[in-house]
Design a protein around this ligand. Sequence first.
Ligand code: ADP
Ligand code: G3P
Length: 522
Amino acid sequence: METGFRKFTAAIDQGTTSTRFFIFDERGEPVAKHQEEFDQIYPHAGWVEHDPSVLIKSVENCIEVATGKFVASGYNTQDICALGITNQRETSLVWDIRSGEVLYNAVVWADSRTAHIVRQLKLEGAANRILSKTGLPLSTYPSAVKVKWILEHSKAARDVYEAGYLAFGTVDTWLLYNLAEGHSGERLHVTDVTNASRTLFFDINTLEYDPFLTEFFGLEKLLLPKVASSSNSRAYGVLSRGPLKGLRITGCLGDQSAALVGQKAFEQGMAKNTYGTGCFMLYNTGNQPVLSRNGLLTTIAFQFENRPPVYALEGSIAVAGSAVKFLRDNLGIIREANEIGELAMSVQDSGGVVFVTAFAGLFAPYWVDDAQGTIFGITNYTKKEHICRATIEATCFQTKAIMDAMEKGWYSGITIKNLAVDGGMSNSDECMQLQADIIGIDVDRPAMRETTALGAAIAAGFGVKLWLSFDDLRGVNSRNHRKFSAQTTPTQRTRRFRQWERAVAMSKGWLTSEDIDKEYDD
Ligand SMILES: Nc1ncnc2c1ncn2[C@@H]1O[C@H](COP(=O)(O)OP(=O)(O)O)[C@@H](O)[C@H]1O
Ligand SMILES: O=P(O)(O)OC[C@H](O)CO
């Protein structure tokens, strides 16, 4: 049994596929955790929703079970000094601020039902202005278009909007609204700068909502959450129920930002790549937002209290672990996600198969709405092992395309010397070896790969002054990194990547404008 006074930090990690709760010690080692996968709702092709009440329930369960384990190990909950929240970004919810009644399922970031709205909005010629304010392209990915769709299709939401009571939130805001309260017992409607920077309502230069943007989307009456720094001693209140009731919440940030913090990539020039449901590379550009001309996003990486924001260039891949899940749940090629690596490596190569996993168009650096998942190069020789390999390679090739886009940009003189990785798919040695083989630089994986949750816990720890400077984190999550080095020649890499690029080019234009404009009944 552990004795003695220790300071623990806790983190809720509400991801796309699962929810987790962690309690970390001061070296960033998890001492208790619980994780639950929850149902994805796919009402039509390209649509993805989450049940808002399931999100809350899964967080409550995870807190309850992990806290039970913590106490059973002899620890005292009084020694947990702060809680951080991190979440899938862009996923959008609306509710009646008077009653808390939710008015539609959460429309998930990867959902592409808004392709027709985006096509129309692009015709208005404001895309460049929007990009320079928000760092985001007009696409199906950010929140604004999802909310616009909800208002066009849900009478209940529209009525509450017209009456001026429709609250909007990303998942962090939704959780804080339901599971927390302010220091005077008030209900919270709050978010952090990183989540706000994914909505298309927020100007990342001024750190304020921009009326031009809400007007552009026709959403002037929407109630937007207050925006606070990612590490903040007061804005996020305390937990209002459960075994950790009263625990201060002093960290809140989007999951990709949290992973950057968890990897301790605090300085300009540091980058990380997180292989979760999707895969997201963030490159720290310091205190200046840098706009990309090569299909990357500009985002707020994090902002600690009383400090200026830190920005990042981001390469977002919509489908990574979700393609592994697709092989498991839809095709039945594997029974468990962790089988894919071994199967992929049991063949010498993909046997000429290239899988463009554009389940809902392609994100960075391509931004193609009219692509759909396409498998090229199938022959009589093709076995499921080749498909497994091509599935992993799809994420690895997109990662290479993003690295190229970052390095090609004249704006920052970026060279990435090694790639810090984490997230579900990074658990597979085989996936990480294939990644190194495709990019030709070292892949660096920490032993403790729950960096997203750790990043939220670090933000929370700063909010209660557990740590005062980034130097204080020297001992946190620094043990046992593993390096994967390329076992390919430059010629092999170039040849394989060209084949991938050819496949991407051929997958474009599969959906016609008629397909895109097709509306389903709600
Ligand atoms: N050993 C593995 N090999 C390949 N993919 C994996 C492995 N373990 C998990 N995954 C994939 O990683 C994803 C989950 O990663 P995670 O970081 O938990 O995602 P999220 O935060 O989006 O919920 C799943 O889609 C799963 O298919
Ligand atoms: O659930 P993840 O980890 O793939 O992350 C989702 C992203 O935040 C979406 O932008």
